[in-house]
Write a protein that binds this ligand. Structure first.
Ligand SMILES: [Ca+2]
Length: 340
């Protein structure tokens, strides 16, 4: 339970159903990550595991939204280090989307394998390859079908390709509902990390073929969406200086070292940590929601916050209420909390 909910003790429903608090019950949560193209995903996954250890979240599943075969086992390596190797992992089954690169060339915007092959090879995992993981769409449908109605928070910290495909999915053995019906029935809220507010773009929304998926989801997703734009976590540089004893051997910390060509303590922007914190804890005293408009999406995936309402679109975006130093402390404390 976060500070805000302690103060209020109730679920706060903002206009259009932006459910921000969970009144004593940890949110049922699915994380959708492009773990591979940057190292902030690794820290974000570490934070989600730490919040699970604190009893603040029920992680139902995690999904990979990139095409490389190393991302699923790298994700498993982090979860396994925390003792959470049983978290189901699904992956995008499109080897052409956001894949390629190599660990010999550590960082770079178009390197999708800068650290994942080494995490997959050197750490204990429950998966050896993305080929061993189910299709993310199948795992989404199975997981959602098993949950109570209007109970699930989905949080993307990468491109929206899995969600676009989920929207297009048809009935199957898991549910007689099609994708849109299943989402409408089971998802309470989608928290999207990406874009820039009030106008602009980001890798998640626009890079390398992502725009078509951004447009489909932002124009057609049937539940409230909260946007955590790049302006929230981008200016906050975080790293692994704190609690060195607790982070030794953490594959997420190793991801930073590999991404930064051997410098384990080099800091990186915290786009994805911001998304995780909002999705799991809600606004608390840290954030507020800007409402009364919607994201107008261009073909390239860039967005413009536009006043007024469009039927079927329930959008809001996050604005910070505290100094970046406060968020840096919270991100790093959770990233470096260590395992139970
Ligand atoms: Ca990411």
């Amino acid at each position: 339970m976060n500070l805000h909910s302690l103060l209020l003790g109730v679920v706060v429903l903002l206009p259009f159903g932006f459910s921000t608090l969970n009144a004593g019950e940890a949110p049922r949560y699915i994380l959708d990550t492009d773990l591979a193209s940057d190292c902030d995903d690794a820290a974000a996954v570490a934070m989600a595991n730490a919040l699970m250890d604190r009893g603040e979240v029920r992680i139902l599943a995690m999904m990979i939204s990139t095409g490389g075969s190393y991302s699923a086992p790298a994700l498993s390596a982090i979860n396994t280090w925390y003792g959470h190797g049983a978290i189901p992992i699904g992956t995008l089954k499109d080897p052409t989307f956001w894949s390629g690169g190599g660990s010999e060339k550590p960082s770079g915007a178009y390197n999708y394998e800068s650290y994942t092959p080494i995490l997959a090879e050197r750490f204990p995992t429950t998966l050896k390859s993305g080929a061993d993981a189910p299709d993310a769409i199948d795992l989404y449908r199975q997981t959602l079908a098993e949950q109570p109605d209007a109970s699930v928070v989905i949080n993307t910290i990468g491109p929206l390709i899995n969600l676009a495909r989920l929207m297009e999915s048809g009935p199957d053995d898991h549910s007689s509902l099609n994708g849109l019906e299943l989402i409408r029935a089971k998802v309470k809220q989608l928290v999207v990390t990406g874009g820039k507010n009030p106008a602009g773009s980001s890798s998640n929304f626009s890079k390398s073929g992502a725009g078509v998926h951004t447009r489909k989801v932002l124009d057609g997703w049937p539940t409230p969406i909260v946007f955590v734009g790049n302006e929230v976590g981008g200016p906050i540089l975080t790293g692994w200086r704190r609690n060195p004893g607790a982070t030794e051997g953490n594959p997420a910390r190793e991801a930073y070292r590999l991404f930064h060509a051997g410098d384990a303590l080099k800091e990186r922007a915290s786009w994805d940590q911001a998304g995780i914190l909002y999705a799991i804890r809600g606004p608390g005293m840290l954030f507020e929601l800007v409402e009364g408009g919607y994201q107008k999406v261009a073909d390239d995936g860039s967005t413009t916050w536009t006043s007024g309402m469009v039927s079927g679109r329930h959008h809001a975006y996050v604005r910070k209420r505290v100094k970046d130093e406060v968020l840096k402390d919270m991100f790093e404390d959770l990233m470096t909390q260590g395992r139970k």
